[in-house]
Design a protein around this ligand. Structure first.
Ligand code: 5XR
Ligand code: SF4
Length: 302
């Protein structure tokens, strides 16, 4: 029996759900029960009342959110090493220090943070809803972290004073795109629509045709009549876009846009994860409770 069949068999036997982020390897995307951004996947996990086990094929903070929002399910991450470097850029202790400095200012944290940091914030956001979340607050000044580039976008779209914490948090994969990459594509593919992620640097965002999260890019490509798209995000998304829109062409803005952490989840690791029921995500109750509040505040807003 091949690996795929073995995984399918174990999934059935153990009442397990396989959830894969849009940046997962093509072969992983192809066998997932659902594909999406982290919050879409967390919602799927919440909807699937019959599942006992969730295999969350993504990086650490995403599996943590799923565990926080699904306390009755066993949430597994296939690769312990799949850790988002951006999430490491803002610790809970650092958030506490910023809060002392700005005691009256609400703290909005991108879901790309660890549970401990989330527990210190007022509300979470994703790259899809950050503007909406900040607009929902009464205050005109907010602390926002850890992504500096997303903070820049939120400031621009809301007109509020958005203080980035830390001052320059970033995604190592998305900051690699340059304005030069976009200019090259404009020359080579003048008829293509250029989409980029808000984790890209400001000048890249300003020279693109569309800026959005992975879920927003999927919706945009489906609902727009253009037939060629340049995609400025992790290349994993190209597989999904191509599958969902077989008559359209998707070109990576750069072939090098790979998140090595996302790619750690191989079929072998997913198989072992299911077979041995590892690695279980556990979050201390007191932290989970506070982080859950911040996540739910965001979910109720949508
Ligand atoms: O982790 C990422 O860089 C991906 C992404 C996305 O657009 O899917 O930015 N994830 C965030 O929006 C968090 C929620 O999924
Ligand atoms: Fe983290 Fe960037 Fe990878 Fe997303 S793409 S998981 S933000 S390193």
């Amino acid at each position: 029996m091949n690996l795929v069949n073995k995984i399918q068999g174990l999934k059935k036997e153990k009442k397990a759900l396989l959830l894969a982020h849009n940046y997962q390897r093509p072969e992983v995307q192809d066998i997932a029960d659902y594909l999406g951004d982290s919050i879409e996947l967390c919602r799927k996990a919440m909807d699937e009342k019959d599942a006992d086990i969730i295999v969350f094929s993504a990086v650490d903070f995403m599996a943590e959110s799923a565990a926080i929002l699904n306390p009755d399910k066993k949430v597994l991450i296939p690769s312990l090493g799949a850790r988002c470097p951006m999430a490491q850029m803002l610790t809970a202790e650092q958030v506490r220090i910023w809060k002392k400095k700005y005691p009256e200012t609400p703290v909005v944290l991108y879901v790309n943070t660890l549970a401990e940091a989330k527990a210190e914030c007022d509300i979470c956001c994703t790259s899809a809803n950050a503007v909406k979340v900040v607009n929902s607050l009464d205050e005109d000044t907010v602390l926002f972290g850890p992504d500096y580039n997303l903070a820049w976008r939120v400031q621009r779209k809301t007109g509020k004073n958005v203080i980035p914490i830390p001052s320059k948090g970033f995604c190592p994969t998305h900051i690699l795109f340059t304005k030069g990459d976009i200019q090259l594509m404009r020359d080579q593919r003048p008829d293509a629509v250029i989409m980029v992620h808000p984790e890209c640097i400001p000048e890249v965002q300003l020279s693109a045709d569309f800026v959005g999260s992975t879920s927003q890019m999927c919706r945009y490509a489906r609902g727009t009549s253009a037939t060629k798209y340049v995609v400025g995000t992790e290349i994993g998304l190209i597989h999904r876009l191509t599958k969902e829109n077989p008559k359209k062409t998707f070109i990576p803005l750069s072939d090098g846009a790979i998140c090595p952490n996302m790619k750690m989840n191989t079929l072998e690791r997913i198989f072992l994860s299911l077979k041995e029921e590892k690695h279980v995500i556990t979050i201390p109750k007191s932290i989970a409770k506070k982080a859950r509040k911040a996540l739910e505040k965001m979910l109720f807003l949508l």
